[in-house]
Design a protein around this ligand. Structure first.
Ligand code: GLA
Length: 700
């Protein structure tokens, strides 16, 4: 199975390296850096992300001497470059000459220069200047043999993802004009007959700044879409220049995991390689569960193709209230987890720990103590281990389950003041559903609401507040094809203009799910409600989280759980409607963790997946398999501090230890094994079952 994209990173090994900021160091340090990078196995670094003011000290005056020398030095050591277009932070001269480049916040206040990313995404002045620099860099370095990848800007939307300035207002109106064609169409879509919002002309429309009261949710939703598109346009404009000058070089921009502000489906379509910056909090014992979902998104954004972990912290970050370091073994484990989930390399922020600036307390591959620092020792050890995993490059992750991520629903569900409850949060729900699947041993891919759904046999839809008829039809086709679909509460409520579907929720999903929602019954803060699961699940009573609904169930729809108490007592809470060999499940309540696991255990079993019983589920040991179609690479990741014994895998060899895996493996706390074995040793369509946390000898 080969997965190379038409334009791939120019590197024939797993990527290993990090952000490098040579501008912050005298030149004599560069030589030492290059030497230590080689010692650590580094084969690629990212630079010069924030160097615009040095590369172009005055408008149109360039100075590439330092960058030339550092790139040549690194290349003479065999190190390649993920070359940033350096447009993430405009220089002071640009801001002082053109203050209109600065973004405005929702209150119309201008955000001043003094940090980074101080630009309005819609500013033509900023865009022209950024494109000039991009073109100049591309023309200068496009032929350099060290150039492996273009790194456009940096973390779009970090710090500034929305701008409410007058320049953005003009762009917003233009965007609305293109979307609606006429002001009458906009008035109809936005429902401006409510609260006297009627517009005569696009010129009368402003971005939704702080107003007297709740803002029209349709206007708000369009502003979210526009803001994501405005940054995408900027990204695309740099890509266009790069493709024109260096058509052979792959392009990326680094994502920020599951990030509400930008619709990453669209961003991924524009680029060649998906890259992600991942900063799971070492203080959170379940951070690895959330990380698995983020990585599931990254590999899914390009249909399962390998992606690249472009930044992670070797140990502590510097931007949380309390920045806890990673325990010994935790950085290695987190790196292996990203590899397990399809990353073709491991990179960090940053190479050498800063001496000054806001990130001087952020860990780096080479800590303040230099070669003796714990982080450098761990960096070196990981670099050596990656070489043993060369065979996983270009392989793909096996997953039978996908979770639907839909930015329109995410944005709609975060309208600040016009929902039945502000406690229903899209990301919280997605994480809770994913956590249940994780505990049941299923790696989870991520899907667009309207498909394609690939070969997945289970589709999890924690929430699809906004749904179109086309998306509903695609979901129905998935079920008709034998899939198990599970839909969460407050789905199918509005169309893509924030208008409630005729007849109410779940709108175009009504026939598929076989339920109607009469009313939403969100829980008041502190209110308790419970649900009793029936015998078809694991009979037990569970707490309801956040949300419940008054459901009306159609004939032919099974009720698998009912509310146990309060005004909804006896009414349906979980339903299932069969369609041939497929089924559409509906959850009319937020279930607690155990309840969620009980439901998904049955769903997975119905899909023919091998799962442990819900009470044997565990989030400690994670098993993920990458495959090239002939050889499977099964990653066994122990996220706990206690050792775990895992039974043997026939004909398996642990690539890390070199040991035979046929007779079982003992993983230390935070331990990892990567077992290469013929595909036939384990079922290709499912992950191995997990031993329970207490049962260290359970069979795979
Ligand atoms: C982000 C940025 C980096 C750096 C790190 C610190 O990922 O891209 O420049 O600031 O955060 O964690």
């Amino acid at each position: 199975m080969t997965t190379a994209s038409p334009r791939s990173i120019r590197l024939d090994a797993l990527a290993y390296g990090g952000d490098y900021n040579p501008d912050q160091w005298p030149e004599e340090v560069w030589l030492e850096d290059a030497r230590l990078m080689v010692e650590a196995g580094v084969n690629i670094v990212t630079l010069p992300v924030f160097s615009w003011p040095l590369l172009e000290p005055r408008e149109g005056e360039y100075d590439f001497a330092g960058l030339d020398r550092v790139i040549d030095l690194l290349w003479s050591h065999g190190i390649r470059i993920d070359l940033a277009t350096a447009t993430a932070t405009p220089p002071a001269w640009l801001i002082r000459e053109h203050p209109e480049v600065l973004p405005h916040n929702v209150d119309g206040v201008r955000l001043e220069f003094g940090s980074r990313q101080s630009y309005c995404p819609s500013s033509p002045v900023f865009r022209d200047a950024a494109l000039r620099l991009t073109r100049t860099l591309a023309e200068r370095y496009g032929e350099h043999p060290a150039l492996a990848l273009w790194h456009v800007s940096n973390e779009y939307g970090d710090h500034v993802s929305r701008c409410w300035c007058p320049v953005s207002a003009v762009h917003f109106r233009r965007w609305l004009g293109a979307r609606y064609g006429s002001i009458d169409a906009l008035n109809a879509a936005w429902g401006t007959s409510c609260w006297g919002q009627h517009y005569l002309d696009f010129e009368q429309i402003e971005p939704p700044r702080t107003a007297t009261g709740p803002i029209n949710p349709a206007q708000q939703l369009d502003f979210e879409r526009f803001s994501s598109d405005a940054l995408l346009e900027l990204f695309q404009s740099e890509i266009d220049v790069l493709r024109e000058v260096t058509p052979e070089i792959a392009v990326t921009t680094n994502f920020m995991s599951l990030f509400r502000e930008l619709d990453y489906w669209d961003f991924a379509d524009a680029e060649d390689l998906v890259t992600d910056d991942a900063y799971p909090d070492p203080a959170d014992p379940n951070a690895h569960v959330g990380a698995a979902l983020n990585y599931g998104l990254m590999r899914s954004l390009k249909d399962g193709r390998p992606w690249l972990l472009l930044e992670q912290a070797p140990s502590a970050v510097s931007w949380r209230d309390v920045n806890v370091p990673k325990a010994p073994g935790q950085m290695r484990l987190g790196s292996m987890q990203a590899l397990a989930h399809g990353s073709d390399g491991v990179m960090f922020f940053q190479w050498r720990q800063a001496k000054f600036g806001p990130e001087k307390f952020h860990s780096a591959m080479l800590g303040h103590r230099g070669e003796d620092s714990r982080s450098f020792q761990e960096t070196k050890a990981l670099g050596a281990e990656l070489k043993k995993l060369a065979a996983i490059k270009d392989t793909r992750v096996r997953a039978s389950v996908a979770l639907v991520a839909d930015w329109d629903s995410w944005w709609g569900l975060s309208a600040p003041d016009s929902l039945p409850s502000l406690r229903l949060n899209w990301l919280t729900e997605a994480r809770a559903w994913h956590a249940a699947a994780f505990a049941l041993g299923q790696p989870v891919d991520v899907s667009r609401a309207g498909g394609p759904y690939g070969s997945h046999s289970v589709l999890l839809v924690p929430n699809l507040y906004a749904v179109t008829v086309e998306q509903a039809d695609a979901l129905a086709a998935f079920v008709a094809g034998g899939g198990q679909l599970v839909v969460g509460p407050f789905s199918g409520v509005v169309d893509h203009s924030e208008q409630v579907h005729d007849g109410g929720a779940p709108g175009p999903l009504r026939d598929l799910l076989g339920v109607e929602v009469d009313e939403w019954w969100p829980l008041a803060d502190g209110e308790k409600r419970s649900v009793t699961l029936g015998a078809a699940l694991v009979a037990a009573t569970h707490d309801v989280r956040v949300w419940s609904e008054w459901l009306v169930v159609a004939d032919g729809t099974e009720v698998l759980a009912s509310f146990a108490d309060g005004d909804l007592a006896g009414r349906a809470a979980v339903t299932r409607r069969s369609h041939g060999s497929g089924a559409a499940w509906y959850l009319g309540a937020g279930l607690d963790d155990d309840g969620m696991r009980a439901v998904l255990a049955r769903v997975f079993a119905d899909a023919g997946l091998s799962v442990p019983s819900p009470d044997a589920a565990s989030t400690t040991l994670e098993v993920v398999t990458r495959t090239d179609g002939t050889t499977d690479f099964t990653f066994l990741l122990n996220h706990g501090r206690e050792s775990v014994s895992v039974p043997g895998i026939a004909d398996g060899t642990d690539l890390l230890s070199g040991g035979d895996a046929a007779d079982g493996i003992t993983l230390d706390g935070f331990g990892v094994a990567v077992v290469a074995h013929p595909v036939s040793a384990l079922s290709p369509s499912s992950s191995p079952s997990l031993p329970s946390a207490s049962d260290s000898e359970a069979a795979l």
